[in-house]
Design a protein around this ligand. Structure first.
Ligand code: SF4
Ligand code: SF4
Ligand code: SF4
Length: 189
């Protein structure tokens, strides 16, 4: 068991509740950023349907921005808080530690934090995430599918034609109303 910001013990149940709150804030925070930067000029924005995404890797390479506007986000309420997270670790890690050689993410964007035996929390440092979907694929294949990709509206410039959408093999990127700019996962697959 570890300690929260106020020094009080934090158990897994509290982490799950905090996760649910964080999930709700994905939409609110992103929308605030969008409205602040876009001045409400658009009524539709681009977004990924996580149910259609097949983790092809194009989101990391096809965005017009130098670092993709697509980021991995985490549905904490779906996460198993696994010690052996298949979205975090290489398929055959040398050890279940945070050593770079054991991590699947090419940019070390996933932060692994001990909760209580045997649970760990995984959070995304979006400043490092390039939207490559390697972690999403790993989590979907062997875990709960709690990691998924979303276009972050504090970064996306809302191109008339999204370059990633043009190259997406499954038409997973569509326009959605600006008032509901995220497609959040609520069910594991
Ligand atoms: S593996 Fe790729 S999508 Fe996942 S956190 Fe790292 S950079 Fe982002
Ligand atoms: S709309 Fe433009 S900036 Fe936004 S994700 Fe697509 S290509 Fe990137
Ligand atoms: S291009 Fe489409 S299928 Fe490929 S990672 Fe992006 S949303 Fe998923």
């Amino acid at each position: 068991m570890n300690a929260g910001s106020g020094g009080a013990p934090v158990n897994r149940r509290q982490f799950l509740r905090a996760g649910a709150r964080a999930l709700a804030l994905v939409g609110a925070g992103g929308l605030a950023g969008l409205l602040a930067t876009r001045a409400g000029a658009q009524t539709l924005v681009w977004q990924i349907d996580p149910a259609k995404c097949v983790n092809c890797g194009n989101c990391a390479t096809q965005c017009v921005l130098k670092q993709s506007a697509v980021k991995c986000v985490h549905a904490f309420a779906l996460c198993g808080y696994c010690q052996l997270c298949t979205g975090y670790f290489e398929p055959e890690p040398n050890a279940l530690t945070t050593a770079a050689e054991n991590q699947l993410c090419p940019t070390a964007a996933i932060i692994r934090t001990y909760v209580e035996d045997p649970y760990y929390e995984y959070t995304i440092d979006e400043s490092r995430c390039i939207g490559c979907a390697k972690c999403v694929e790993g989590c979907a294949r062997f875990g709960n599918g709690s990691l998924f990709l979303q276009i972050r509206h504090d970064r996306c410039v809302n191109c008339n034609e999204c370059a990633i959408a043009r190259s997406c093999p499954t038409e997973a990127i569509q326009r959605v109303p600006v008032g509901q700019p995220y497609r959040l996962k609520t069910d594991a697959h």
